[in-house]
Ligand binder design. Structure first.
Ligand code: HEM
Length: 487
């Protein structure tokens, strides 16, 4: 079964799943708790009318909503339906299993989080608001708050900022590198691109065939529990309705970035024999760690120096051009998080690519906190005062949290035994203590005549909050609003 454009029920899919609303410059996330289930359900029905669906391209404001497992419980979803959600979602991001899988210990332990951890009230609903500019966002989120009924905000609104490079207009992250270049294209959405980056809709949106040509596991409801017939029939089983269709799982991680520590480490690691700093060498090492230059140019295409003309380049693999990692190191951030056609050289590029497509994620996060330099140019970032709280509100969508986000985090980012390496983890965000024992924290650059190794990488990205959410389709949202109080 092929999913074609007409197959995708865009009007029922929440917009953020298919687009990042790049033209809406302002965004915030409002964490909510349910105080009165009955009133909250009524409020949800009204909210459903305001939700931005994937069929529209908003130019003024956009609104999407997602729920944690605790939220679905307090909305009154019955135990049998709740049990049809996957374990990763049900247990949440702070369970013993998730902590182990994600490497959330030490400085990243959920006990230290500012939201989503065991020491802060549980987030049940997340409102995701976008607007064309900050004043519009303020008015928009203010009017939403005034309409709250049965729900109340807990904790701070999570604010965001777009870090545009003023020269090119492209978005960057706080360390100074261009971000949001490589995204999988959802098959059937109408945008064409290289087959290697085009992924079946079912990898991100529930209810459609995935890269196994199967429907991904999804939550279902007994027919008698949907007396108003709000939900579609489940295509593969009789007697149940599909609560998951057109929904997705949203992974949220608040990642604090210590920009000072990042650039200090690069300076220390590249000083010459008499202790002089070498800014060029710092940028080069940072680029090797990311796998792209600050402009975005990929190292497989521009191994020795930045080439802004290649800033948007995303049609490349590693198998033919760089099998040994001499251009883009095997452990670079982009090579770990998406090994493309080089995952297993023994399988050959085509098979590898097919396997790789089962572990893709759709990134939709935005940075937060003031930039260290408004220009976002590396030279200015290096010399600026870097104090302050800033980072990335990392958000990604996937249809199977365990097989996609958690797999990437555990098997690729935090695994010291990756692609023949044995002492490295992801140089940007990897666990600095992956075996719970003292670890060398190495970054290896494959090179001739001998590899180069940098040791004692410090931690400069810290988890500060997070949760797993279910972002339902809009019919499913109405269904949640129609639930009756449990006896
Ligand atoms: C503060 C934390 C992070 C920073 C600063 C960061 C930075 C970057 C940069 C600069 C790129 C290159 C731009 C691009 O290819 O689009 C990138 C790509 C990517 N990152 Fe991250 N990242 C962070 C966290 C994460 C996390 C937590 C994950 C997943 C668990 C992740 C997954 C990816 C993926 C999948 C790509 C695209 C790779 C490709 O397709 O070639 N990143 N990141």
């Amino acid at each position: 079964m092929e999913s074609t454009m007409s197959d995708l029920e865009l009007k029922d899919i929440q917009g953020l799943v298919v687009r990042g609303y790049g033209s809406l410059e302002a965004a915030c996330y409002i964490p909510l708790q349910i105080q009165d289930g009955e009133a909250a359900r009524h409020w949800l029905v009204t909210l459903a009318d305001q939700i931005t669906n994937a069929d529209t391209r908003p130019t003024h404001t956009a609104l999407n909503v997602a729920f944690t497992h605790a939220g679905l419980v307090d909305l009154g979803l019955d135990a049998e339906t709740l049990a049809s959600f996957p374990n990763e979602f049900t247990e949440g991001m702070t369970s013993e299993r998730s902590r182990r899988v994600l490497g959330d210990h030490g400085e990243n332990a959920p006990e230290k989080w500012v939201w989503g951890g065991p020491n802060t009230p549980p987030v049940q609903i997340l409102l995701i608001c976008f607007a064309v500019d900050e004043p519009t966002l303020e008015t928009f989120s203010g009017s939403l708050s005034r309409g709250f009924s049965g729900v109340a905000q807990i904790g701070e609104t999570l604010t965001t900022i777009l870090l545009r490079d003023p020269q090119t207009g492209y978005s960057k992250e706080h360390f100074g590198f261009r971000d949001a270049i490589s995204e999988p294209l959802i098959e059937g959405l109408g945008k064409s691109g290289p087959p290697a980056t085009t992924v079946k809709a079912g990898e991100f949106i529930l209810g459609y065939p995935n890269e196994y040509d199967l429907l991904t596991e999804r939550p279902t409801v007994r027919v008698e529990r949907d007396s108003q017939g709000l939900l579609p029939d489940d295509p593969s089983e009789s007697g149940v309705r599909d609560l998951g269709r057109n929904g997705s799982y949203l992974v949220f991680r608040q990642l604090h970035q210590d920009v000072g520590r990042f650039w200090q480490f690069l300076d220390d690691a590249t000083k010459d024999a008499v202790g002089n700093s070498d800014p060029e060498a710092q940028v080069r090492l940072a680029a090797k760690m990311v796998g792209r230059w600050p402009s975005g140019a990929p190292l497989v295409r521009a191994a020795d120096q930045d080439n802004p003309e290649l800033g948007q380049e995303n049609d490349f693999g590693y198998h033919d051009t760089d099998p040994l990692g001499r251009r883009c190191p095997l452990g670079a951030h982009i090579r770990r998080t998406n090994p493309r056609d080089s995952l297993d050289p023994n399988l050959g590029p085509q098979k590898t690519l097919a396997i790789n497509k089962r572990h893709r994620i759709l990134r939709r996060g935005r940075p937060y906190g003031d930039p260290v330099s408004a220009s976002m140019q590396i030279e200015d970032i290096m010399s600026a005062d870097k104090s302050g709280d800033r980072g990335l509100h990392f958000i990604c969508f996937n249809a199977n949290i365990g097989r996609q986000f958690e797999f990437v985090q555990q098997t690729w980012i935090n695994n010291p035994k990756f692609a023949g390496l044995y002492e490295d983890t992801d140089p940007l965000i990897g666990d600095r203590d992956p075996r719970g024992i003292m670890h060398a924290n190495v970054f290896t650059e494959q090179a001739m005549p001998a590899r180069r190794r940098v040791t004692d990488l410090p931690q400069y990205v810290f988890v500060r909050g997070g949760a797993y959410f279910f972002m339902p389709g809009i019919r499913a949202l109405r269904y949640l609003g129609s639930l009756k109080a449990l006896p």
